[in-house]
Design a protein around this ligand. Structure first.
Ligand SMILES: Nc1ncnc2c1ncn2[C@@H]1O[C@H](COP(=O)(O)OP(=O)(O)OP(=O)(O)O)[C@@H](O)[C@H]1O
Ligand SMILES: [Mg+2]
Length: 500
């Protein structure tokens, strides 16, 4: 890696949003052929920097250069596309169009204004084949898995000529096997001359797939270093500006649960992607649910809070049968949820933090949903501190918040109604390592208040506060682990491999 000219160089970049300074005099150099990690706490400025590096917004001051040449004007989208592309956590493909149409949208091979569909399809096939993406070009993009959708977006970027690709939290919604496949592809592409800027809150991934790392903290550049020269503890210290590691409390360290009432009983439940699942969740208990993305764990959790209708079996909440497939009924029965996708089910982006955080409790705060703005404001101000949310004020629209801080608003809302049973799906997705502690401490608190918690997660750290972890494989309960399990044993069960 001796190429003198960096792929991209940002110098002295600054960006404000009203009173918020998102970037302050930030410089970043990414060298050709490396995978460069960009890390920092929620709200540190990572995505803002990415929007500047990809020409989606203009810095207030500072410069960006690609391969030593000054960046094109913002209006020249074509020129930007040839230099850089970003694959986001949320999709930028159009779900109703096929993969082929998404790949060649606006540049279809046209003869006298007639689109040549067969040519379009052939080009898409060639492109996907060239980069080893095993996806059917005729499938509507909306039917792709997150993993395949990301690969299609990468192929699209490469087809425009870009050899610098930004991945903004690509692993947040992938299970461990899909992450390994993504990293495999990244290494192959890197060998073929592609440079990556990689954003993740999973620090072990930085060590696995990157050679250099840059840390942002409070809108400033803190350090850039070769990954090999920085310990994990040093990296966390740089991100937090404090010394001392992290503590996720393991349920094995606390007093075992004494027998309490049943909060939720699931009997012989079958539905989309799972069958004949039975378990009991008691008040004060934290139950983990693990499995690959194909295990059916998300569908099971979504059935519990009424988003999906079961095929057979029963769900009983505090002794009363729950009306199946009815989110409102589940809410009234005392089930709160953090849904899987905050963009689709979690938040109303245009509304304020205060509105979002109190939305499900409007009926409790005043007659007929007319909670006073003052009461909402007070409640939301408290949520900002309780959940470690970085925001200018509770009146800020949720769309202004960084990704991780939006996730914290979703959790605040789930708890605002004071539910007896909490169903949390990937509750810390996109949340930085330090804020994770705060969120998991909230789980610990509601547990001691006698609520029951079901945590469905791809992350082992999220499962540590669980008294027990159930493992779902191919839609069936395959194993149960008591607190104190080892990572290796749990992962082996999730993946269905025998360790001996
Ligand atoms: N459009 C906007 N309007 C107002 N404030 C904004 C806007 N976009 C970003 N911000 C603010 O700028 C700061 C940096 O946000 P950014 O999204 O860059 O953080 P991030 O490092 O990507 O965090 P995360 O890890 O949570 O994704 C935050 O305080 C955020 O609220
Ligand atoms: Mg971000």
């Amino acid at each position: 890696m001796t190429t003198a000219v960096p792929v991209v160089e940002a110098s002295g970049v600054g960006r404000r949003f009203g009173p918020t300074v998102a970037l302050r005099d930030v410089s970043l150099t990414v060298r050709t052929g490396e995978s460069h990690a960009l890390v920092g706490r929620n709200g540190a400025g990572k995505s803002t920097l990415v929007s500047i590096l990809t020409g989606l917004s203009k810095p207030d001051n500072g410069t960006v250069a690609f391969g030593g040449e000054v960046a094109p004007p913002l209006a020249d989208r074509e020129a930007w596309r040839r230099r850089v592309a970003c694959v986001y956590q949320h999709s930028t493909v159009i779900p109703q169009l096929t993969v082929a149409e998404n790949l060649f949208l606006n540049r279809q091979p046209a003869r006298r204004f007639v689109i040549s569909w067969s040519k379009l399809r052939r080009q898409a096939e060639e492109l996907l084949g060239e980069w080893g993406v095993a996806v059917d070009p005729d499938v509507p993009a909306g039917e792709l898995s997150v993993e395949d959708r990301q690969l299609v977006e990468i192929a699209r970027a490469l087809s425009y000529g870009a050899r610098f690709i930004v991945l903004d939290e690509p692993t947040a919604q992938l299970d461990s096997q899909a992450i390994e496949r993504l990293f495999g592809r990244m290494r192959e592409l890197q060998a073929a001359g592609v440079t990556f800027l990689f954003i993740s809150h999973h620090l072990q991934e930085v060590y696995e797939v990157c050679q250099a790392v840059t840390v942002l903290r409070d809108a400033r550049h803190v350090l850039t270093a070769p990954v090999a020269e920085l310990s994990r503890a040093e990296l966390v210290d740089a991100m937090t500006g404090e010394r001392g590691g992290l503590t996720v409390r393991d349920a094995a360290d606390r007093e075992p649960l004494t027998a309490t009432e049943e909060a939720l009983a699931v009997r012989d439940l079958s539905g989309d992607a799972f069958s004949r699942v039975s378990f009991v969740l008691r008040r004060g208990e934290v139950l983990g649910l693990a499995g690959s993305n194909a295990s059916g764990k998300h569908q099971l959790a979504e059935t519990l809070y009424g988003l999906r209708r079961p095929r057979s079996g029963s769900i009983v909440v505090a002794g009363k049968p729950l009306r199946p497939g009815d989110v409102g009924a589940a809410l009234r029965a005392g089930i709160g949820c953090v849904p899987r996708d905050r963009h689709q089910q979690g938040l109303v982006l245009g509304l304020s933090i205060a509105d979002n955080a109190t939305m499900s409790i409007l009926d409790r705060m005043g007659p007929a949903g007319t909670a006073s703005p003052g009461a909402r404001h007070a409640k939301a101000s408290r949520a900002l501190t309780d959940y470690d949310i970085v925001a200018a004020s509770p009146d800020q629209p949720v769309s202004d918040l960084s990704g991780g801080n939006q996730q914290k608003v979703v959790l605040a809302r789930a708890l605002a109604r004071d539910p007896d049973v909490l169903v949390l799906i990937n509750p810390t997705a996109g949340v930085d390592v330090k804020s994770k502690e705060a969120l998991l401490a909230v789980v610990e608190r509601v547990r001691t208040e006698g609520k029951a918690v079901l945590i469905v997660s791809d992350e082992l750290d999220d499962l540590r506060p669980s008294d027990r972890v159930l493992v779902l494989r191919s839609g069936r309960l395959a194993a149960e682990h008591q607190a104190g399990w080892t990572d290796g044993d749990l992962v082996a069960d999730i993946e269905g491999v025998d360790r001996d």
